[in-house]
Design a protein around this ligand. Sequence first.
Ligand SMILES: [Zn+2]
Length: 258
Amino acid sequence: MYKLLSLLIIILVILLGIGIYGHINKGIKEPVETITPTPVVSTIPSIIPSETPTITYDTTSPDSIYVIANKKHSLGEYEPSDLVAVSHPGSNGAQYMREEAAQSFEEMMAKADEDGIVLYAQSGYRSYNTQVSLYQSYANRDGIAAADTYSSRAGYSDHQTGLAMDIMGENTRMNASDRSDCPIEQCEGSPASLWLEENAADFGFILRFPQGKQDITGYVYEWWHYRYVGREVAKEIKESNLTMEEFFNVSGGDYENN
Ligand SMILES: [Zn+2]
């Protein structure tokens, strides 16, 4: 009898124990999982430079899009290795430019088409040898002094960079050798000229020989001669109203031996 009683008590104690334990357990909060933050490696340098470094442009390597070819800086017999033919050739037939410049040129021509402006790629890349004979023909016709104001001696031509293009419009003319010979609407006042002046920089092209800058660029005003320098620099040059020589602080003007 006692045995049975004590057995019941034991069972009761056990059941009571489980009940209490369960009750207590419910009151204990579930442990919240804590995420250990992974250490962030800081990319901010401990010393922040107070000035942004000056951008340096390579104006001497013939392969640089910033290269300056003028009467003080010769390209020697440099030949670009990435020339491609561009669309819209003028009366001279197929014209070539370096790939990057040609790509931008095509985009510019597409925009001109869209705006209803007719443009022709009249003269792009010219080799050292082509320039030898071209310059000679001008010198024979007009004399060396006159030829030097609008044509380059071989090695000194912007066209040899593969980044330049003479662009013509409808019924336009080049009037470098005789400025009085051209009605404004066929030259600097032509729709082609005005459109280029407004839009070329958006495609990375600058007017290489602006008006009144002959003592710096070495050449008379050529409204048709555009030079690729990339969009960023082209916009800066246009806004600053500087020549390429002034913008990059590179010497220009006449030949050393003159
Ligand atoms: Zn030209």
